[in-house]
Design a binder for this molecule. Structure first.
Ligand SMILES: [Zn+2]
Length: 340
């Protein structure tokens, strides 16, 4: 029986070779180099038929450009069996853009008039141009550029990973934020010092690097859980963000900082697709005054939330007033304000 079109998007041998080359033939998460058959080329958008729907939705939301191919090298990264099967495929953890980048996207969606708003894949392309020193037409982004090509590991199911860790054989160096870039930290730097992070970068690791047994902690049971870790992986941030948004749809816990930002972005993009910014029953007495009915589109709400627009359906979608949420992922707990 013939397979339905686009049922699977497996990688060809040539594509697998390209994925292994861009990952330096190592797991992009734990940096291990298992024997050849153990180095698995993991899909970002799923290889199964589900992946075709994920891509369709991502294009609809403006997250990726039309024409994205799940069987192309940009949709893959090398992972060892432990990282791939035990943690990522089982949807216990996921990669995420850093909270700094996610907050910038939230602010961009909140503050940019609908007529001028670019699809997010275009925003990320311009941010990458800015990283290379090109002038771009975006709100001030200088402070997030050092974080643009870095990612965090997000624990999706903290209850199931209580006490868990990922074994690793190479201890990445510490880096410290120095103005517009991360630079190697001085030898006496403490790993939990402010602005310091351990960066797992599969593209620069050398085969001569001595082995040092190490674990990547996945729960607060480990004393080192709060140390900041970043991953530099060969993948586009918009794809990583879309996959995070896919994975957290089934997460019912409040989640960490990255999950909260991703939820805001997901909901905002969907609301904006239907031209809605405030929801109230059309005939509710509390809905609005007559003046509200005549309110000009894109007026900023008194609460400082998103610009208000009366929806085409007659519904008015109300984006909640600013809330304070607390980080529960790796890194020191911090409070942030979501002005949506
Ligand atoms: Zn691994």
């Amino acid at each position: 029986m013939p397979r339905p079109k686009d049922a699977r998007a497996d990688f060809s041998k040539t594509t697998k070779d390209k994925i292994r080359a861009k990952c330096n033939d190592r797991c992009a998460i734990c940096l291990q180099k298992p024997p050849n058959q153990g180095r698995q080329c993991a899909h970002l958008f799923d290889a199964s038929r589900t992946g075709a729907k994920q891509v369709e939705v991502a294009i609809y939301m403006g997250m990726i450009s039309p024409g994205y191919q799940r069987s192309s090298p940009e949709n893959g990264m090398v992972q060892c069996p432990t990282c791939h099967l035990a943690f990522f495929d089982s949807e216990h953890i996921a990669l995420s853009p850093t909270p700094q980048v996610l907050k910038y996207i939230v602010e961009y969606l909140r503050a940019t008039d609908a007529a001028e708003r670019k699809p997010l894949y275009e925003v990320f392309r311009l941010l990458n141009d800015a990283l290379e020193g090109i002038d771009v037409d975006l709100p001030d982004m200088a402070s997030i550029l050092p974080f643009l090509d870095l990612y965090t590991l997000v624990v999706l199911l903290p209850d199931k990973l209580n006490g868990s860790e990922i074994p690793a054989h190479h201890l990445p160096d510490l880096f410290i934020l120095d103005g517009s870039q991360f630079v190697p930290a001085p030898a006496d730097t403490l790993p939990n010092a402010r602005g310091v992070a351990r960066i797992f970068d599969v593209s620069v690791i050398s085969d001569e690097l001595p082995k040092a047994y190490y674990t990547i902690p996945l729960s607060p049971k480990h004393a080192e859980f709060t140390q900041q870790r970043y991953w530099r992986v060969p993948a586009k941030p918009e794809v990583i963000l879309m996959m995070l948004m896919e994975r957290i749809r089934g997460v019912t816990e409040p989640g960490c900082e990255e999950i909260k930002f991703a939820r805001v972005i997901y909901c905002t993009l969907h609301l904006q697709k239907i031209g809605e910014y405030e929801v109230n029953p059309p005939n509710s007495k509390k809905r609005m005054s007559e003046d509200d009915n005549n309110e000009r589109p894109h007026k900023v709400s008194r609460s400082g939330g998103l610009p208000l627009t009366k929806g085409r359906s007659g519904l008015r979608i109300r984006i909640p007033a600013p809330k304070t949420v607390t980080s529960c992922g790796p890194g020191p707990p911090k409070a942030l304000r979501l002005k949506i």
